[in-house]
Design a protein around this ligand. Sequence first.
Ligand SMILES: Cc1ncc(COP(=O)(O)O)c(C=O)c1O
Length: 386
Amino acid sequence: MKLSLPDVQYDLRPGIVEFRAGHPDLALLPATGVLQAAQVVLEREASQALSYGAEQGPGCLIKQLCAWLERVEGKRHPSTQVMITGGASQALDMICMLLTDPGDIALVQSPTYHLALRVMRDHHLELLPVPSDDEGLRVDALEETLTLLQRRGRQPRLLYLVSTFNNPSGITLTLERRSALAELAQHYNLIVMEDDVYYQLWYDTLPPPSIYSLTPSGSAIRLGSFSKILAPGLRLGWMLATPKIVQRCMKSGVLDSGGGLGHFTAHVVAAFIELGLLDQQIKTLRATYRERRNVLVGALKDHLPKECHWLTPQGGFFVWLRLAQGMDSTAFLQTAEDAGVSYIPGARFFADGGGDNYCRLNFTMLSLDEIEQGAYRLGKVLYNYL
Ligand SMILES: Cc1ncc(COP(=O)(O)O)c(C=O)c1O
């Protein structure tokens, strides 16, 4: 019997508009540019690129990354505070493994990236949610939680949040709250895990400076990724942290044994940046995704019942749709899929339940026609239901 093994993580079902995805547009993955960069690497530095790599990541990528970050964000990071990772997921896993113990408390933004919750649960952390509103994480609620925990003699190990163009809500934490959070973290000696993989995908204006850059005490760790701005199959990202944390990660057994993660790929990405291809790619992504975002919010306005609500995300991949009060988006999913449209139910993005009448809609992986069609189908089943 012939077994068919899946090659990719997504599953596109014919006849269904898949708003549930969280991937870049497949047609925009820059195969030609990656080929060009790989050719440069193999012709110029094959023996280094094909060797075991430095634990921190190859110097060529750290150098290119620091220069690129300085150019696009206006801040120079010393190379001692940068580490190349196997994507943001691997970095989060590594931090949990090295800096937490089973049973430690991790505060998590609600709603938040559902699969980060999985990673933290793998490390047996106790997840305590902190609510958000239209300005992002509620820092006042965080302070209350920290005070309460302190009274009980418990010190949370870290706070995980997606500060910019949140997955799933699309909301960006305001500058005032970023500054307040940075101060609070310093005061309570809390590690802020700032998952910032969407930062460069802004469609209107540049987001505020990262929490990491506002936290002089070094109690923040910021995760970046090439998954959303280049290609997720590369499995490559970066971490900004104190030299002490970077050193701790570099001394992990797995890096000591196998060298830096994705070493060859890291060389290719360094060449990709050096050739100016990353800037071009991000420009294309911004223009394409901005149009898709506009079409989705326009189509929701045209087709959805007035009981539904959403905010226009200023960047990132998602629209966070609130259905009519009392609706259960998990139970409604089958009805929606029978009508040819899918989404991720909101409850998945909460560590403690909640979000029952929300849906996460992705707009980056679909064509303009599909987006229009998906919103129309969703509107039709929602009107029928109501
Ligand atoms: C907020 C957030 N963090 C991390 C990831 C995964 O990042 P990586 O591909 O770099 O592991 C995603 C992907 O959906 C995400 O939305």
